[in-house]
Design a protein around this ligand. Structure first.
Ligand code: XMP
Length: 516
């Protein structure tokens, strides 16, 4: 297996993605956890140093354990990872000034192509490769033993390597989509590290089942079922591993979509025979959320109540010692600052960040290493219906974060109806599977309209639909004007309480997918 040492880049997980696509098993660990002892125990076949926001010139900035350099395994350093490697091995790094900082698209040209890692690079005839740069500091002198293999206008050391020790260091980010041929670099790197690319979802399933059995033994497990793909796949996987030692608790926080609760309960009870407790606690959640408009407060309240409610229902399951969750890799990364990791918290996903030890249950998170599309592949592997696996993601805090400002039952009821019409439209037009996520947000403003001969003064809503590969970046979906017009008409005619429909055309970044 391959070890990725995370120095806090927002895109570290994309490195893992690229490697998984090459059927190479890898794990990301925050640099704080990677000690000499850890390295010896992990025994990686290759190591990648991720990028990161820090500066190697700052005292106390993140470092890999120095034994990494003497294990005799190939190392690839990216951006901050390159700077760390140069700094540790005797090169020099300089602080970024405006003139030398580089962000965005750049083109690398070869100064030499004699390294294995460059096989297939620079081969499109143009003699250069588009790459994505994002750095303040830069290497000003390479370490002894290294040679330069590629340069860009802002980065004289864009590609450097010590081919004797198999150390490679690049200034740009080969893992992002804006380095279109970046996958080839990873492919060459893992090949020269001796990986054969034999890791599959079937293998993951068997390994996951083995690990669940090993972790849980003969104890009881409670699974927090949300109705989404993630927790459902987790539940079915765990049920396959330990059968009726699993009880699902479905916390209905009153923030679900139209008919969602009924559908979830019937699917798991009737189709899968998984013991299920339906915790209908809408009153409790909506009561606590009354008057709250701050997004992080909403998340925290919901996260805390979720745990309380869980505890209450967990107590009903005799001998329960474990709590299973469908936590995904992106959840773990974006919330990593909660668990001591290096990247900045954008949103505190309640299913990861808010879980205090006091819960007294140990966590089982069999999807923790997977990306969304990998979870879908696993669901398929486990025989879940295709229509279910293809469902758009739905956030843990539910409609709460699609209702900017104060949440009221009235607004939720309107939102549910509008969302149902919107999704129906998308399905009818055969667009559902092209879209990563689509939903309605009800806005905290009323606007004036005219219907028939009367004046209306109702809520405005925003339609959101994005394409994305992993939820990390996203673009708005280019609906036709006909579709938008027809949908707006349907919503205004069919949903009482909305008299204005807008379409959100913000990408992520700078926006996020959800409104809160
Ligand atoms: P953002 O809005 O951060 O969303 O661009 C990225 C993906 O994460 C989902 N999301 C959440 N999921 N708890 C969750 O379980 C949360 O608090 C949360 N916030 C956002 C969002 O729906 C999208 O798929």
């Amino acid at each position: 297996r391959l070890l990725i040492i995370d120095f806090g880049s927002q895109v570290t997980q994309l490195i893992a993605r690229r490697l998984r696509e090459l059927n190479v098993y890898c794990e990301i660990h925050p640099y704080q956890n990677v000690t000499d002892a850890f390295l010896a125990e992990f025994a990686p076949k290759a190591i990648i140093f991720s990028g990161g926001p820090d500066s190697v010139m700052r005292d106390g900035s993140p470092r890999p354990p120095q034994s990494a350099y003497t294990m005799g395994v190939p190392i690839l350093g990216i951006c901050y990872g390159q700077q760390v490697m140069m700094h540790d091995l005797g090169g020099k790094v300089e602080a970024g000034e405006h003139a030398t900082a580089e962000f965005g698209r750049a083109y690398v040209t070869p100064s030499d192509t004699r390294i294995d890692m460059l096989n297939g690079w620079f081969l499109d005839g143009s003699g250069r490769e588009q790459v994505w740069m994002s750095h303040g500091d830069h290497v000003s002198e390479i370490a002894p033993g290294f040679e330069v293999f590629g340069t860009s206008p802002g980065a004289p050391f864009a590609i450097t390597a010590d081919t004797t020790r198999n150390f490679y260091a690049v200034q740009f980010h080969p893992e992002v989509h804006h380095t279109p041929n970046g996958k080839t670099l990873y492919e060459n790197f893992v090949r020269l590290a001796g990986f054969t690319g034999d890791w599959t979802m079937g293998a993951y399933r068997e390994e996951a089942i083995r690990l669940i059995r090993e972790q849980v033994g003969d104890k009881q497990v409670i699974c927090g079922l949300s109705g989404g793909v993630d927790s459902s796949v987790a539940a079915v996987l765990i049920h396959e591993a330990i059968g009726d030692q699993l009880t699902c608790v479905f916390v209905d926080h009153g923030l679900l979509r139209k008919n969602e609760a009924e559908e979830v309960v019937s699917m798991f009870r009737d189709n899968y025979n998984i013991p299920l407790i339906h915790a209908d606690e809408a009153d409790l959640f909506l009561g606590e959320l009354e008057g709250v408009s701050d997004p992080e407060s909403k998340r925290k309240i919901i996260g805390k109540l979720f745990i309380d409610v869980f505890q209450k229902y967990a107590d009903q399951v005799e001998g329960a010692e474990f709590l299973a969750q469908g936590t995904l890799y992106p959840d773990v990364i974006e919330s990593v600052s909660f668990s001591g990791g290096p990247s900045v918290t954008i949103k505190s996903h309640h299913n990861v960040g808010g879980l205090p030890e006091k819960m007294g249950l140990k966590l089982v998170e069999p999807l923790r290493e997977l990306f969304k599309d990998e979870v879908r592949a696993l669901g398929q592997e486990l025989g879940l219906p295709a229509s279910f696996i293809g469902r758009h993601p739905f956030p843990g805090p539910g409609l709460a974060i699609r209702c900017p400002g104060e949440i009221t039952r009235e607004k939720l009821a309107i939102l549910r109806e509008a969302d149902a019409v919107y999704i129906d439209q998308i399905r009818k037009h055969g667009l559902y599977d092209e879209i990563w996520q689509a939903f309605v947000a009800i806005l905290p403003v009323r606007t004036v309209g005219v219907m028939g001969d009367g004046r209306t003064y109702d809520f405005a809503c925003a339609l959101r639909a994005v394409t994305s590969v992993d939820g990390m970046t996203a673009d708005y979906y280019p609906f036709s004007h006909e579709f938008l017009g027809e949908t707006a008409t349907r919503i205004i005619n069919e949903v009482r309480g909305i008299n204005r429909v807008t379409y959100d055309v913000t990408s992520k970044p700078p926006g996020t997918i959800e409104w809160e």
